[in-house]
Write a protein that binds this ligand. Structure first.
Ligand SMILES: O=P(O)(O)OC[C@H]1O[C@](O)(CO)[C@@H](O)[C@@H]1O
Length: 412
């Protein structure tokens, strides 16, 4: 990374291309902003819940409390000399060290918060707490909940639907599954309230493109575990079972991140939940996915960059090469969307194609709106939503399906 890359709250050098549209980077030091509320309201509540959920000893508890204080009023200090990823973070934070947290880009500062929270709990240190997910109890409770039983039972009803209708229903449940994010629930109330509307819906474009590329490789960048990952897995099974994809690569996080993001351990828990479900369909899907992993049709992949504080624009070449050649990459959720288009205060009518032109394959975003970032809206839609006040961007009651085929760039 070049010097000062992540330091300024303005455009990163690699995004300085005059052909790439740009907008102010979101920061958490703006009074009254959503980003500030995440640090000053959501994180304290999250920390309280983590400390209630696991019997951490005094050292870890103190470290977690210190992190909270530091993240709302302190400066950014590099990782200790013994941290396995110290050099990586030194580079990612080049130019930011020693500056107040609030001056860092919001995406950067949030990612750093989760990295430091793992540190504080002993996640990386040899010892009894190594590898223990601080969000594990929340994830487990959600997966064991009755709501999941009901959702899995509903799969039996879908089995008899005609193909097109079934595909639409599965896409829709993967989309709205993104509401069930545990971090979001901390301040937004329990997920599952009134769903309003799709503010952009490229569903038909997606279906036509998947038909056109039938039998290709599809990548799915997962977001949350539990009630989001289950419908994602059902969608993956559908893509493989009906031949839409010959292979699916499913990307999970290498470590706990943004509260409920799915790791390999969460994927295994979800698979077990499917395989042991009372619903015949759910159990059959779990069995098929298991075998698809056995025979390599379903690849489970990860990369340190999935916990990086940077936009996908800056993904390293080895990861870029994995997406290149995919018929489609589906990105789930709000955080992936922020990283895809850049965590900036874009005019909502900025073309999705332009904001995602850097991505190495055609892309689809399936996302409920839980942060201020949005692009690709029709001017009339943006104006109508803005007239209702700013909450539509963050309430989780709106969603979008956006597709960029990038045909010009890829020649597909
Ligand atoms: O799980 P998702 O859909 O990525 O949403 C997580 C969202 O929650 C927040 O972390 C706010 O707490 C957003 O910044 C983030 O985009």
């Amino acid at each position: 990374m070049s010097s000062g890359a992540a330091a300024r709250a303005g455009p990163r050098p690699s995004e300085d291309d005059p052909d790439v549209p740009t907008a102010p980077v979101i920061r958490s030091d703006v009074p009254g902003s959503f980003a500030r509320a995440v640090f000053h309201e959501r994180h304290p509540e999250l920390v309280r819940r983590v400390l209630d959920a696991l019997p951490y000893g005094p050292g870890a508890r103190r470290a977690i409390e210190r992190l909270l204080t530091e993240s709302t009023g302190g400066v950014l200090e590099p990782l200790g000399a013994d941290a396995h990823d110290r050099e990586q973070w030194l580079a990612w934070g080049d130019g930011l060290w020693g500056r107040p947290w609030g001056e860092a880009p919001f995406l950067w500062a949030e990612s750093w918060f989760y990295r430091r929270l793992l540190d504080a709990t002993g996640y990386f240190r040899p010892g009894a707490w190594q590898g223990i997910d601080p969000f594990g109890p929340f994830k487990a409770a959600e997966l064991a909940g009755a709501a999941v039983d009901d959702e899995l039972a509903a799969l039996d009803g879908l089995a008899g639907l005609p193909g097109g209708q079934r595909a639409r229903a599965l896409l829709s449940s993967a989309l709205w599954g993104n509401r069930a994010d545990l971090g979001f629930g901390i301040t937004a109330g329990a997920p599952g309230g009134a769903v309003t509307e799709l503010v952009a819906d490229d569903g038909d474009v997606l279906r036509a493109e998947l038909e056109r590329t039938r039998g290709g490789r599809i990548c799915l960048i997962a977001d949350n575990a539990g009630r989001e990952l289950l419908p994602d897995l059902v969608l993956v099974d559908h893509l493989l079972a009906d031949g839409t994809a010959a292979r699916v690569d499913l990307y999970v996080k290498p470590q706990p991140f943004f509260v409920s993001d799915a790791t390999t351990a969460d994927l295994l828990a979800a698979l077990t939940r499917l395989r042991t479900a009372r619903s015949e369909q759910a159990a059959a899907i779990g069995g098929r996915l298991w075998r698809a992993m056995n025979d390599g049709k379903l690849g489970v992949r990860t990369h340190p960059f999935f916990c990086a504080p940077l936009p996908y624009h800056d993904m390293p070449d080895d990861l870029r090469a994995e997406f290149a050649g995919a018929a489609m990459t589906i990105l789930k959720g709000d955080l992936n969307y922020r990283r895809l288009v850049g965590d900036r205060l874009w005019p909502a009518t900025t073309a999705f194609d332009d904001a995602t032109g850097h991505f190495p394959s055609p892309v689809t975003a399936l996302r409920t709106l839980k942060s201020e970032v949005v692009v690709g809206l029709a001017p009339a839609t943006a104006a109508r939503l803005d007239a209702t006040g700013p909450a539509w961007r963050t309430s989780g009651e709106h969603a979008l399906v956006q597709v960029a085929l990038h045909r010009g760039a890829t020649g597909r």
